[in-house]
Design a protein around this ligand. Structure first.
Ligand SMILES: *Cc1c(COP(=O)(O)O)cnc(C)c1O
Length: 409
């Protein structure tokens, strides 16, 4: 499996040649049911006819002009995103990390433009993932991503998950913003309760902080809402999105209110590729489908169905499945056995799922999945659980053999 690629990924040996809906097909013609969606990216599945048409039509016209000129497809997509959200303005990027970089810069610039350049620090939450650039690894705060890359970018203060008191205590005269994912994705599908989100909003208001919501994974219909923070009733000041917004075409966006964006003026930020006509055409096509009247209601119902089936799986395998969590089609199983073993077991049954933090297995299927495909996937999950049974009983035997050592844990 050696190749000239930089070996930063531990890849499976699978190699897919085509995709169709929720299914991926290998070069050997074997079909896999994809409950990972390319990490929540294939929001409308593979080869969606409306996206294929949008991409190929635009490909024949114009790919790139740079942001030196007007891009009508981008103006239209920004109008539609702001009409459908709290935001007034949009900056398009090529990735989630770049959307977060824009969000971080915007939050800092907001205070600087108001005469408070000393307010540059941003409070983030343990278990967060905001990307792999130098600033976003500092924001995410995970040591394994920070080590070896020189001095950590200054200005990020991390507090424990779901700990409002710690967040309040971390606020100082230099604090500019609070940044969080409404549902942590990489961190293990950890949901922030709506009441807690409201309390974070109150905290920001009381201290003049901007609330930055990272919806790169949770946004764009994933939870059955256009954005995951919506059921809480609060609005952020700045929001990053990416992953599902391009349906597989690399793109991201940083959305903000006029007020939060007030420090950003011509020249203060930029991108060569971001918002190019090809990406914008595909983004508009994704929104066409997502904003169809019943689309998100369908995601909610499918999410409930999948969550119920996962609860049944937990009941059937209580020694393996410790917890079911998440919203809509952003769900996770916390396991008692290594999640990577489970991912491999599921793969043997031609089901793709993704490991996450906190020993969770993530389920992020394309939003166009059918009820029958959910049932099919759950049969494969059941088979993977059955394959894990020997490991589960070996662990139980170990515990029985040494009750004093293991029982206390
Ligand atoms: C994936 C992810 C990112 C980073 O996105 P990239 O496109 O990989 O740069 C940032 N934040 C969250 C919540 C993510 O899930």
């Amino acid at each position: 499996m050696s190749s000239s690629l930089l070996p930063v990924f531990a890849r499976s040996a699978l190699s897919f040649e085509r995709g169709d809906g929720v299914w991926l097909t290998t070069r050997e013609g074997e079909r896999y049911l994809d409950f990972g969606g390319g990490i929540a990216v294939a929001s409308l599945g593979y080869s969606h006819p409306h996206l294929v048409t949008a991409l190929t039509e635009q490909a024949g016209k114009l790919w790139h002009v740079s942001n030196l000129h007007r891009i009508p497809e981008g103006e239209r997509l920004a109008d539609r995103l702001t009409a459908a959200s709290f935001a007034d303005v949009v900056f398009f990027t090529n990735s989630g990390a770049e959307a977060n970089e824009a969000a971080i810069k915007m939050a800092r610039k907001y205070h600087a433009a108001k005469g408070h350049p000393e307010r540059f620090r941003i409070i983030t939450v343990e278990g967060a993932f905001h990307g792999r650039t130098l600033a976003t690894i500092a924001a995410g705060g995970q040591q394994k991503y920070i080590d070896g890359f020189g001095p950590k970018v200054e200005g990020f203060d991390q507090v424990p998950f779901d700990d409002l008191k710690a967040a309040e205590a971390a606020i100082g005269p230099e604090t500019a913003a609070l940044m969080l994912e409404p549902i942590q994705g990489e961190g293990g599908i950890r949901v922030i309760a709506p009441a807690t989100l409201r309390a974070y909003r109150d905290l920001c208001d009381a201290h003049g902080l901007l609330l930055v919501m990272d919806e790169v994974q949770s946004g764009v219909g994933r939870t059955g809402h256009l954005f995951a923070h919506e059921p809480s009733g609060i609005v952020p000041d700045i929001m990053s999105v990416a992953k599902g917004i391009g349906g597989g075409f690399p793109m991201g966006a940083c959305l903000a209110t006029f007020e939060a964006a007030s420090g950003m003026t011509p020249g203060s930020h930029g991108t060569t590729f971001g918002g190019n006509p090809l990406a914008m055409s595909v983004g508009n096509a994704v929104l066409d489908v997502l904003l169809e009247p019943t689309f998100l209601d369908r995601v909610k119902l499918l999410g409930l169905s999948l969550k119920q089936r996962l609860a049944a799986l937990k009941d059937a395998h209580p020694d393996l499945v410790a917890e079911v969590r998440g919203e809509g089609l952003m769900l996770g199983l916390r396991l008692t056995q290594p999640n990577t073993d489970f991912v491999a077991a599921a793969r043997k049954h031609h089901l793709l799922v993704i490991a996450a933090g906190d020993n969770v297995v993530r389920l992020l299927p394309p939003l166009v999945i059918t009820e029958a495909e959910i049932a099919d996937g759950c049969r494969r999950l059941e088979a993977a659980c059955a394959d894990m049974a020997p490991a589960v009983s070996a662990a139980a035997d170990l515990q029985a053999a040494a009750p004093t050592e293991r029982g206390a844990a």
